[in-house]
Design a protein around this ligand. Structure first.
Ligand code: ZN
Length: 130
């Protein structure tokens, strides 16, 4: 019996469905001209991605945590790379630029983290992972 299962880490990094770890959660690419959407239903196993109406409001809290972590890291790096501590406009400019550039990343991974780690209703089922 050869079992080729998909690891949880792979599924998270590649934004795969938490139930089968095969189907894509999003349409389009993270950075591109097409607008990315979250699928309603997994194309591989028919798991509902948006488990209930308004489900992804909770992803705002994950996104908020990601943003705070990114802002703190950016501020620390800005301080060490520039040696500047008297110029609030430098920090505001750098932080806004980084947050703007990471917005598509945060959109995706806040939902992926919510689905894979914070949703006890959705469980991995290896029967669909083929
Ligand atoms: Zn699926």
């Amino acid at each position: 019996m050869s079992e080729q299962t998909t690891s949880k880490l792979y599924a998270i990094v590649h934004c795969k469905c938490p139930h089968c770890r095969r189907g894509d959660i999003f349409t389009g690419s993270m950075y591109g001209w097409n607008i990315q959407h979250t699928k309603e239903i997994c194309g591989h196993c028919a798991q509902r991605i948006e488990i209930e109406p308004g489900y992804f409001y909770a992803a705002m809290y994950v996104s908020y945590a990601l943003n705070v972590a990114q802002i703190v890291i950016t501020a620390i790096l800005t301080y060490y790379l520039s040696g500047e501590s008297e110029s609030p406009m430098l920090y505001i400019g750098v932080i806004f630029s980084v947050i703007f550039l990471l917005a598509p990343f945060n959109y995706r991974y806040s939902r992926v983290i919510l689905l894979h780690w914070l949703s006890p209703k959705v469980k991995y089922n290896p029967d669909y992972d083929k």
